[in-house]
Design a protein around this ligand. Structure first.
Ligand code: PLP
Length: 394
């Protein structure tokens, strides 16, 4: 008999699994090119050329016994040093290898840091809508995810509600900007205000509250939007970064955590992150990919391509009458469903071969997410389907 927790997770995943199965069936039936799959955030842009080139060079040049061996649980020291230097150049910080833990993507990083910080019953507070996996990550650490309700006008954080939602049990406040699923970017005033609120609440309750910035989309921004470097605004900040989107490497499972030395209990957190990496079964981040990203971390995916997709889809959907804010980052549009039940709306969209994700799992029912990290052709071909879907509700 499987565990009660796993039963709950399977039930929760049922919708997503059904979506996958149905998408596969539809592609077999109609041909993949005739199904408009906006379901998941799997980048359609190729990884930069330097990725394969570097990987091949490393494979040819290095001792393969060492290369395929275990690395330090934190990752290769020289890799962490290169990542620290890269961050120092970009953000004028003062990190060294002791501030970096290589991780199995942002997902691995979040699970590691949750394991380090959370006691059973403690809470992770985030803003709805949020990346749906957060709920399970908190559960993995025996903790609970709570969400501050969404601001449906702007999808920016409601800071009054944040202040009211923090309790003695709040150990982590988790933010994600540029955001999945809305594409909003938090500006400096928002980050600074979150920092002030957390400082005050730490004092009020005599607790440590860690701000975790989940940043897989940091570089994917449009119209000159800036993403403030969160550790500059609040002492107890930890960054979870990933190369899944910025270098189109989601299957290679590589990212890192930034643990600034200024953190309360830094030494224990650092040690804990190494132990958590091991005991969660990651052992270390993929060895070859550590070396590859250390060489290629200054590279960037084709942001202009995503921007072109964004403009095309956003403008078209507006003209068909869909309601949606214009995203400033990531590669998602967050659109109001044309009926109250977002799952029913997604079912109806399938009749037009449109695969969308209902937002109920993101803590924001009544909306759907459209992942526009697809080919330009898919977007172009999908537009008549979006138009027909909108007309069917008129
Ligand atoms: N956090 C957010 C907000 C995401 O959107 C994703 C993936 O889509 C992740 C974390 C996990 O990313 P990774 O592939 O780096 O584990």
């Amino acid at each position: 008999m499987i565990s009660q927790n796993m039963k709950k997770l399977i039930e929760k995943s049922a919708g997503i699994s059904a979506l996958f199965t149905e998408a596969k069936k539809m592609k077999e039936q109609y041909g993949a090119e005739n199904v408009y799959d906006f379901g998941i955030g799997n980048p359609n842009v190729k990884a930069p050329e330097s990725i394969n080139k570097t990987a091949i060079e490393i494979l040819q040049q290095e001792d393969t016994i060492i290369l395929h061996g275990y690395t330090d649980t934190a990752g290769y020291a020289e890799v962490r040093k290169k990542i620290a230097n890269h961050l120092n150049r970009r953000f004028d910080t003062n990190f060294d290898e002791e501030n970096i833990i290589m991780t199995v993507g942002a997902a691995g990083g979040l699970n590691v840091i949750f394991k380090v910080l959370l006691n059973p019953g403690e809470e992770v507070l985030t803003f709805a809508p949020f990346f749906s996996e957060y709920t399970a990550y908190a559960m993995n650490a025996g903790a609970v995810l709570r969400a501050v309700p969404p601001n449906l006008e702007t999808f920016l954080p409601d800071l009054t509600a944040l202040e009211q939602s923090i309790t003695k049990k709040t150990k982590i406040v988790l933010i994600n900007s540029p955001n999945n699923p809305t594409g909003v970017v938090y500006d400096e005033s928002i980050i600074a205000e979150i920092g002030c609120i957390l400082e005050e609440k730490q004092k009020e309750y005599g607790t440590d509250i860690y701000l975790i910035a989940d940043e897989p989309y940091r570089e994917l921004v449009y119209d000159g939007a800036e993403v403030p470097y969160v550790p500059d605004y609040y002492k107890n900040t930890i960054v979870a970064y990933s190369f899944s989107k910025s270098l189109s490497l989601p299957g290679d499972r590589i990212g890192y955590l930034v643990l600034p030395s200024q953190l309360e209990d830094y030494d224990e957190i650092k040690q804990g992150a190494e132990v958590a990496t091991r005991v969660l079964g990651f052992v270390n981040a993929p060895a070859l990919q550590q070396k590859v990203v250390a060489e290629c971390c200054d590279e960037l995916t084709d942001v202009a391509f995503y921007d072109g997709n964004r403009e095309l889809l956003y403008t078209a959907l507006q003209s068909y009458g869909y309601q949606c804010i214009k995203p400033q980052g990531a590669f998602y549009l967050f659109v109001k469903a044309l009926e109250e039940d977002d799952e029913a709306f997604c079912q109806k969209a399938k009749q037009y071969r449109l695969l969308l994700t209902p937002a109920i799992g993101f803590g924001c029912p009544g909306y759907v997410r459209i992942a526009y990290c697809v080919s330009r052709e898919t977007i172009e071909k999908s537009l008549p389907a979006f138009e027909a879907l909108a007309k069917s509700y008129q």
